[in-house]
Ligand binder design. Structure first.
Ligand SMILES: C[S@@+](CC[C@H](N)C(=O)[O-])C[C@H]1O[C@@H](n2cnc3c(N)ncnc32)[C@H](O)[C@@H]1O
Length: 373
């Protein structure tokens, strides 16, 4: 369905979240300084025509179509579990904390979901290499303490054959979200068995591990993130993985704006991963608010799925919602495309000190995934 036809079924923009204009860049910034202007795709300054296109899109209104046709079949609940792997394992959790192994380092971080008692004695936890102290909110600021010896900011890690850097960040994150391994394994299998080079779009791609896993498996990858710093880290990871010549476009842009531009260009992707935060900022201060913008974002993703697409994968974390919220939105969005929507949670299973003693399951995020069969 072309944009023009889709608007026949449009609803006006309103507070319901089922309609949104893209003029966020024109609104005054509600908080904090506006982020630097976008530098252009893959580090090149944007051409004049593209600049004009971008000016135009800040005033264009895009409405959300009501999709027609049957909803896809459903598979619920699906719990995708990540256990131990060569570079990562959840050793123990409890009393609002988790103890993880990332390569050579044992790390303690706050974990609000861990309501149960710890399994391992306190002296084991006290031997950690790095402990995050500070705001217990997800994404809250804090600092790292290194009880054994001072550590550098980064260290080498490897997952699914891709080398990258672990990183102690001020927001408690360590440069990778290992629960995503379940999606990355699925994606790698799809790419391996496709028998043709798949096009993968990784929205909100952060340090690029998913993009590198896809590229290493032979896909053509487009990676989008609004943070210049994150794109820089992703490029460092690309070099570390010896994938410098792999076909990856690194795009520093607002994810919603980028997807809308791709709709206008008629671009198509075989696999789309989208892992949006609850709140975020685009490169020109555009506001991303998951509960307001997700319906339109998913709809635009559907629009750019190739006819023989292999999947659309949504993950959501740190939000007050059930996986059914993601699930029913995905099924409405994918009306008329057949296939199956499977939804549930991504969990990490404790693996103990030896990496082989399964313990409690720690829920990390909600997901919903459309697949063609
Ligand atoms: C939690 S990370 C995603 C993690 C990633 N999927 C992974 O597994 O490595 C969220 C990312 O969204 C980016 N972001 C936030 N708002 C954005 C926006 N409006 N457009 C594009 N990226 C945005 C942040 O810079 C951050 O890198």
């Amino acid at each position: 369905m072309k944009d023009k036809d889709r608007r026949k079924a449009q609803k006006p923009a309103g507070k319901s979240g089922f309609g949104e204009k893209t003029a966020a860049a024109k609104r005054p910034s509600a908080r904090g300084p506006v982020q630097p202007r976008r530098q252009g795709e893959a580090g090149h300054p944007p051409a004049r025509a593209e600049q004009a296109e971008k000016r135009a899109e800040t005033v264009e209104k895009v409405f959300l179509a009501l999709r027609e046709g049957a909803r896809p079949a459903e598979r619920v609940p699906v719990i995708l579990e990540t256990g131990g792997s060569e570079s990562f394992r959840l050793i123990d959790s409890g009393n609002g904390e988790k103890l993880e192994q990332y390569g050579p380092y044992r790390i303690v971080r706050p974990e609000a979901q861990a309501l149960w008692p710890k399994s391992l004695p306190e002296h084991v936890w006290q031997k950690a290499d790095a402990i995050f102290t500070g705001d217990t909110d997800e994404d809250g600021m804090g600092r790292w303490r290194f009880p054994r010896e001072a550590l550098g900011e980064t260290w080498p890690l490897s997952l699914l054959g891709v080398d990258f850097l672990g990183r102690f960040t001020a927001f408690r994150h360590v440069g990778v979200f290992p629960e995503q391994l379940a999606h990355w394994r699925w994606m790698k299998d799809e790419i391996d068995r496709a028998g043709r080079p798949l096009k993968v779009l990784n929205l909100f791609g952060y340090t690029g591990v998913a993009s590198l896993v896809a590229a290493a498996a032979g896909a053509e990858v487009t990676h989008v993130d609004a943070s210049k710093k994150a794109i820089g880290w992703a490029r460092e990871n690309q070099a570390l993985s010896r994938l410098d010549r792999a076909p990856i476009r690194w795009i520093c842009d607002d994810a919603m704006k980028f997807v809308q531009r791709e709709v206008r260009r008629g671009s198509r992707y075989d696999i789309i991963l989208t892992d949006p935060p609850k709140f975020g900022r685009g490169t020109n201060g555009e506001v991303w608010h998951l509960f307001e913008h997700l319906p339109l974002m998913l709809d635009q993703c559907r629009e750019i799925l190739a006819p023989r697409a292999r999947g659309l994968v949504l993950t959501a974390y740190s939000i007050r919602a059930s996986f059914y919220s993601m699930h029913e939105l995905m099924r409405e969005t994918m009306r008329g495309r057949g296939g199956v929507v499977e939804s549930g949670e991504l969990v990490i299973r404790e693996a103990g000190l030896d990496g082989e003693t399964p313990g409690r399951a720690l829920s990390t995020s909600l997901f919903s995934r459309w697949v063609p069969e």
